[in-house]
Design a protein around this ligand. Sequence first.
Ligand code: SF4
Length: 333
Amino acid sequence: MKHGHISDMVAKALDGELLAGEEISALLSVSIKTEESFYIQWAGRTISDQVSLGRAEVHAQVGLNISPCFNDCLFCSFARINGIFSQQTETALEDIIARCADFEKNGANAIYLMCTADFDFDRFIDCAAAVRAALQPCTVLIANIADFGPAQARRLKDAGCAGVYHALRLGEGSDTRIPPERRLQTFHAAREAGLKLGTCLEPVGPEHTIAELVEKTLIARDATPVYCGAARRIPIAGTKLAGYGIVSEARMAHILAVVRLAMGFGVPGNCTHEPNVTGAIAGANLFWAESGANPRDDREQTEKSRGTNINDCRQLFIEAEWDVATGPSPFFS
Ligand code: SF4
């Protein structure tokens, strides 16, 4: 290794020590077509292999509704400001249950219910409870919803959710109308109610500074998630952020490997989205299959568009020489 300090930081992470912000920054600053970058990615894979016992997971998400959402997250196809969807539509409960049952039958390790921020919370709880009742008791159910408080967190738990997907995203508060503190309060409410947290450094765009990537990585680590990786922003045609373009999968592999090193051995999962072999080689051990509405898609049924199915996710992991876990998600166990 030419740059001793990079290999020293990687060695520190491999030894189980938590990296400081400056170290994460230095690792993120490494150019990707270098020996050091591949060393970082090798280390990411090594830690992921060890903490998940060589088994990757495929989770599956069902989008419940479409709405021109008032939070106006600039990267999201539902944002009212982006003008992609002008009507509110909800998937019928029987259809949601059928989609979840299909994912369960196909071996999803966890099933997520996702809705836009303006979706009625009581309605979400009714839906989650109905899905819960229709699935095997051991199937892991996860909520991916708007910010919530302590009482709502307990209701999610009571409805049978094992955890939530939530993130303090890149550009939160500037590219979105959501104050960052509200995301932190939701992390806290989830933890207090016994809901496990899955999170991610997302949505990464070419314009994001290393300083912001580091800041959000440290916030994610402090939230004590069961997984955290990195996902790139998918440009929604015609939107302001689409003008910045997209980060390559090669660069994302480097970033998710650095996030892997930053999280330490206490965090078993390292996600990336959308699913790709390059990321899995660098340590990603969690992909998502998707059905229904999707914030990265301008089509209503993402399974007919960008969404990947469970078998294809599994195949991508096999190409990266991962085994795929069977049964309920060990990450959420
Ligand atoms: S990311 Fe969520 S909160 Fe933001 S606009 Fe999309 S649906 Fe609304």
